[in-house]
Design a protein around this ligand. Structure first.
Ligand code: ZN
Ligand code: ZN
Length: 465
């Protein structure tokens, strides 16, 4: 018995050893560097990583690359911080109908299949350059499980922070019920119940709280007070002016969806002014529905993109494709024509007011694939007047601040965790470069591309020597 324990302990130690001992060195050398700050790029730059931490970043001529470092040549490319998705859902991945999606899962392996779905979503996000995801709505146990499995290295995916189920009182309709059941939503009907559910989620170990729309001011307040006692931030899912106002006044930390979907005309000048003055972050989630729908109408071929197909297990891909056969008729899009009337003003009201804007997409919702959601969202912001540099900062540095991780994430500078992507082209010239992610480094490890050369003894292309 004791011998077995020792063997297990030895195995565990050997599994941990390579990380714990001499930190491996990785260098990304040659390309343009966007640090995540709104400053001019650094040309012909280099980034040196030890273990999972950035130790140097700057002009290649000034960064000393040790001979034992593995070098990734980024010449002719752009390096930038790993993208942060501040509103995703791993349990959906573009399927057209929540009710049939969750019942398909139940009929095809249940929770095991749900885990496979989450693994698929996680891989898609990471391959698209998303190195951190804020998951905002999924059953509690499954949320915690996928987060921890990625953290332990069992699953390839972004660093995930989860809310588990949202707190709501959704109307008892077919759609409302399917969503509550599928996403595991928690129904409450009073401030004490709201506080109690928040406490329960905090005790279970979630990373933040999602408060749905339609709660009273007192209910939002109860959630915020309980969450803040546990140092958890609250994200509110709010569209209508009244909900945004309640969430703002209750001290909700991030206003999610505000300004999108045009279910109401753009907000009053007072509300915008109060959001700006409070410095309260807004994540518009603009592109789902209001852009995804017309963009798909213009180019339905995107749904059959062979690259998209490669990112799915065959059975899940077939089910998603089947759900999208008659996509214009999907219930999810039935208000889109009205929403599109206000889509531009909805986003511009924040861009032009100087609001603190993060970047998130509701990734995974119908036709809003994890592999493209974030660049689609960023493109909308740029098309409507946000500079590419501000948009990239929103998706990296500002997002890190919004989620309370500014000390570890969001920029490329010494001391930060080594989350770096390399894209083809110059995103400051054409933001669509973000759709061309060639290399993904998360936590100092290369997950995509890179073709890292082995540690060199030669110094032929070793800047700084
Ligand atoms: Zn939401
Ligand atoms: Zn959502």
């Amino acid at each position: 018995m004791r011998a077995r324990v020792l063997v297990v302990a030895a195995l565990l130690l050997s599994a941990l050893a390579p990380r714990a001992q001499t930190p491996k060195r990785l260098a990304l050398v040659g390309g343009m560097l966007l640090t995540g700050y709104e400053v001019p790029p650094i040309h012909h730059a280099a980034v040196l990583i030890e273990g999972n931490t950035i130790v140097q970043a700057g002009a290649a001529s000034e960064v000393k690359i040790p001979a034992d470092a593995t070098v990734v040549d980024t010449s002719g490319r752009t390096m930038l911080p790993g993208l942060i998705e501040t509103h995703g859902h791993l349990i959906v991945l573009g399927h057209g109908n929540y009710a049939t999606w969750f019942s398909w899962i139940n009929g095809h392996g249940g929770r095991q299949t749900l885990m496979k779905v989450m693994e698929t979503s996680a891989r898609q996000l990471l391959m698209a350059g998303v190195t951190t995801e804020i998951d905002l709505g999924a059953p509690l146990a499954d949320s915690l499980a996928i987060r921890d499995r990625i953290r332990n290295g069992e699953v390839v995916g972004p660093r995930v922070f989860v809310s588990g189920p949202w707190i709501a009182h959704l109307p008892a309709t077919a759609v409302g019920d399917a969503m509550q059941v599928g996403f595991g939503g928690l129904n409450i009907s009073s401030p004490p119940e709201a506080a109690q559910q928040t406490e329960r989620l905090a005790a279970a170990g979630v990373d933040h709280i999602k408060a749905h729309s339609g709660l009273s001011l007192e209910e939002y307040k109860a959630i915020v007070e309980a969450a803040h006692r546990h140092q958890l931030r609250v994200h509110a899912h709010v569209y209508a002016e009244q909900d945004v106002r309640h969430a703002l006044e209750a001290g909700v930390d991030v206003l999610q969806h505000a300004g999108s979907a045009g279910t109401a005309p753009p907000y009053s000048a007072e509300l915008i002014r109060d959001i700006v003055n409070a410095g309260r972050p807004v994540v518009v989630t603009a592109a789902h529905r209001s852009w995804v729908y017309p963009d798909t109408a213009a180019f339905p071929e995107r749904l059959q993109d062979p690259e998209l197909k490669q990112l799915f297990p065959a059975e899940i891909y077939a089910e998603v494709q089947d759900s999208l056969k008659n996509w214009p008729a999907l219930a999810y899009f039935q208000r889109t024509d009205r929403e599109m009337r206000f889509r531009e003003r909805g986003v511009k009201q924040f861009i032009e007011s100087g609001a603190v804007m993060g970047m998130g997409t509701d990734s995974g919702t119908p036709m809003n694939f994890h592999s493209e959601a974030l660049w689609r969202e960023i493109k909308v912001h740029v098309d409507l007047g946000m500079t590419p540099q501000r948009a990239i900062a929103a998706a990296t540095r500002v997002n890190a601040q919004i989620i309370g991780k500014a000390r570890e994430l969001g920029t490329i500078e010494p001391g930060k965790l080594a989350d770096i992507i390399v894209v083809k082209g110059n995103p400051l010239f054409d933001i669509m470069a973000l759709s061309n992610v060639e290399t993904v480094v998360k936590d100092g490890r290369v997950y995509k591309g890179g073709n890292p050369s082995e540690p060199r003894t030669r110094t032929a292309n070793s800047p700084g020597k």
